[in-house]
Design a protein around this ligand. Structure first.
Ligand code: ATP
Length: 370
């Protein structure tokens, strides 16, 4: 089930070979991408990869150097920012301090050609949507940070844009409030059916709120996919490393003859057995990527598993629900294993310097060529 892909519907936004240069510098490098109606789409990547530039082109503050951007099938190049069915919500919220919550939300509507009697109803609707009814008469300095964030959201949605751009919308909130607000944001997005594009530095946030995530690097889209596929089947070392925690092992691949791949990675160590795309040729240099929670750890040798590696516990991080073990294996390499803390493994079972076995199945990781 892929809710953003309605076969009868054209994409809301189409980037067609879009390049953006600032002088000689290429900030966006030949991006082709469709974003569908009702999608919650996240742009993720390190600082300077081009996320904001992409948003600013959608908003109309920048024009592509090459290529075109279509909204609802129409090239938006000739449409000025204030005439686009696009709104942008900034991290600073940019609320008017001297206006009440009600007037802040009404501001854009009053400047539009909406009939006076409709404005009141629309503001009330936005207040209800963002649960701000009882704060309508207050000024921005008389409400909390989370409430201010909701006013900004209500104001951005008041004119019912087809597309809302959110630039680090939760950046000013502390962690707990931020997590609660993520669910609220998803809820409001679903209720209004507006397409949201969010820029965030926080990969957990992107994974939480978005239906699809684009991982960017140097102005290019490296992988565009659902959060679970980005996490489970990254298409490159870059994506595997950028999203979540990962163990990356470089080695030489040999087809094992049974459809599996054997990856020689350290002298005197058994090769890693992995299932892999059949395109990998004998002797190819590959990276094997495996998430820490896919590796089991025990002080006794486990019953036969496809992969078993001996090591010694170097570090333990107890995080309440989970514990992370840093285990030193052959050649001084560190491998991270993560286990849920339930009654089966108490943290007293494994301690520093213990000799342990790390084990994982042949489908637990991914083999990457680049
Ligand atoms: P951050 O997460 O730090 O906001 P970003 O991914 O949003 O980064 P952009 O702001 O899109 O990155 O910038 C992409 C690249 O383009 C950066 O190297 C930046 O220095 C450059 N850039 C952006 N705007 C301009 C400009 N007006 N003139 C020259 N270079 C620019």
């Amino acid at each position: 089930f892929e809710p953003w892909k309605d076969p009868d519907e054209k994409p809301l936004i189409q980037f067609r070979n879009v390049t953006k240069k600032f002088g000689e510098f290429t900030a966006i490098d030949d991006i082709t991408l469709d974003i569908f109606r009702r999608e919650f789409f996240a742009l993720l990547g390190p600082s300077g990869c081009g996320k904001t530039t992409l948003m600013r082109m959608l908003a109309g503050f920048e024009a592509p150097t090459k290529g075109s951007i279509l909204l609802d099938g129409q090239d938006i190049a000739p449409v000025p920012p204030n005439r686009r069915a696009v709104n942008m919500m900034f991290q600073s919220y940019a609320l008017f301090p001297h206006l009440s919550v009600w007037d802040n939300i009404a501001f854009g509507l009053k400047r539009s050609d909406m009939a006076r009697d409709k404005i009141g109803a629309r503001v009330e609707e936005m207040l209800r949507l963002t649960r701000l009814e009882q704060f309508a008469r207050r000024k921005p300095h008389q409400i909390s940070g989370g409430q201010r964030q909701r006013v900004a959201l209500a104001r951005s949605l008041a004119k019912a844009p087809k597309l809302l751009l959110l630039d680090e919308p939760l950046g000013a909130l502390d962690k707990k409030l931020r997590q609660d607000t993520q669910f609220e944001l998803m809820d409001i997005q679903e209720k209004t059916g507006t397409t949201f594009v969010i820029v965030t530095h926080d990969q957990e946030e992107a994974m939480t709120v978005a239906s699809r995530v684009a991982v960017m690097d140097h102005g290019r889209m490296v992988q565009v996919d659902t959060p679970d596929r980005i996490y489970e089947t990254p298409n490159s070392v870059y994506v595997a490393d950028f999203i979540g925690d990962v163990n990356l092992v470089e080695g030489t691949a040999e087809p094992a003859g049974d459809g599996r791949l054997s990856i020689a990675w350290a002298e005197g160590q058994p090769a890693i057995m992995a299932t892999a795309p059949d395109a990998i040729s004998a002797g190819a240099r590959v990276h094997f990527a495996i998430r820490p929670e896919k590796i089991a750890i025990s002080t006794v040798k486990p019953a036969d598993r496809a992969n078993m590696i001996e090591g010694a516990v170097h570090d333990i991080a107890y995080l309440g629900n989970i514990s992370t073990y840093k285990v030193e294996v052959a050649g001084g390499r560190m491998v991270k294993a993560q286990v849920a803390n339930d009654r089966r493994i108490s943290r007293r079972d494994i301690s520093w310097d213990d000799k342990v076995w790390l084990s994982f199945t042949d489908t637990a990781g991914v083999v990457l060529l680049n």
